[in-house]
Design a protein around this ligand. Structure first.
Ligand code: GLV
Length: 325
């Protein structure tokens, strides 16, 4: 019988869950319980804050890191790290890592593809017709084939590339704005340069946003961008709430410049009950659930970063604090 080596107690790396909006121990505790050599605590259960070397976080409180003078690693449970990089108590010395999860990208790509079909096929009209038991085949008569419907994509990282492949495989030409020229998948055209975003938007019948939130991308979905898009174009907003200037969106929908929108992220989450988006007939709302990271992917990401740090390497999943992703 082989015996599993058990690390002595002194070798255990201790961490803390820091989050204001989700019960992280409930979500990730099981996946982390079996990881050798690490132990995570809720903040009120930490025996000695000076022994805490890492944090697993999502929307931590502004002063969340202050209690832990020796944090070296901050592992975010998601792909987006904007909420953590802006945290005033985040120590300079701490490396911030995020999740690069191919499965999360696949789930996101399916979701984006579903919304592309929703807007391409004007599915909202069918739902409305069903309510009044109306057999109305007029939409199908005006249907443009996918090859004539350009899908623009803002954001071409792991998730953007998965979306691009999925949407291109459905027959839509995909245009994406990237910082640099480079290879892309079949059916995907990259545009670069200072005005790439507006050039992509100008040709997008359906525009998908999956950008990280940085100072450069905040408010990027605004009246000027909408005005430059083909009339009646649709927006699929999967990035972060502050990318979208909400009043500009409402005005563009009301004028018909934008024909419909799918929104998964919002400036204020949960979206307040009195927000006009809720009852807008041409907006589809989902509660920041376009994709999810599996507990196992989070546990694997954390363990890999701890191993890399312990070996004296910068973790592969470390974000560049200057670019914000
Ligand atoms: C979800 O919002 C993520 O950033 O992965």
């Amino acid at each position: 019988m082989t015996r599993t080596a058990v690390k002595p107690e002194t070798d255990v790396v201790e961490g803390v869950y820091l989050c204001t909006s989700l019960d992280l121990p409930d979500l990730f505790g099981d996946a982390l319980a079996n990881q050798p050599g690490v132990r995570l605590y809720r903040p009120d259960e930490v025996p000695d804050p000076s022994r805490i070397r890492f944090a697993l976080v999502w929307k931590p409180a502004d002063d969340a890191f202050n209690a832990y003078p020796n944090i070296e690693l901050v592992q975010v449970i998601a792909a987006g790290v904007d909420g953590v990089l802006r945290n005033p108590s985040l120590p300079d010395r701490a490396v911030v890592t995020r999740v690069h999860d191919a499965e999360q990208a696949t789930i996101m790509a399916g979701f984006a593809g579903w919304h592309v079909v929703w807007h391409h096929r004007y599915m909202g009209n069918y739902l409305e017709a069903q309510r009044s038991k109306t057999w109305d085949r007029t939409t199908i008569k005006t249907l443009r084939p996918p090859s004539e419907v350009t899908v623009g994509l803002l954001g071409y990282g792991l998730m953007g590339q998965a979306i691009a492949r999925t949407v291109a495989s459905m027959g839509f030409p995909v245009l994406t704005a990237t910082r640099t020229e480079g290879e892309s998948d079949a059916g995907v055209t990259r545009m670069s340069g200072a005005d790439a975003v507006s050039r992509v938007a100008a040709r997008s019948d359906i525009l998908i946003n999956i950008l990280p939130l940085t100072d450069d991308t905040r408010d990027i979905l605004n009246a000027e961008l909408f005005a430059g898009m083909p009339k009646g174009a649709a927006l699929i907003q999967l990035g972060r709430g502050p990318h979208l200037v909400e009043d500009d969106m409402l005005a563009a929908l009301d004028s018909g410049q934008i024909g419909g929108a799918s929104l998964d992220v919002f400036r204020q989450e949960p979206l307040p009950a009195d927000h006009p988006f809720w009852s807008h007939p041409r907006i589809v709302i989902t509660p920041h659930e376009a994709s999810v990271t599996s507990p196992q992917a989070v546990a694997d990401a954390l363990m890999q970063s701890i191993r890399e740090l312990d070996a004296g390497h910068r973790p592969t999943a470390a974000v560049d604090k200057s670019t914000g992703y």
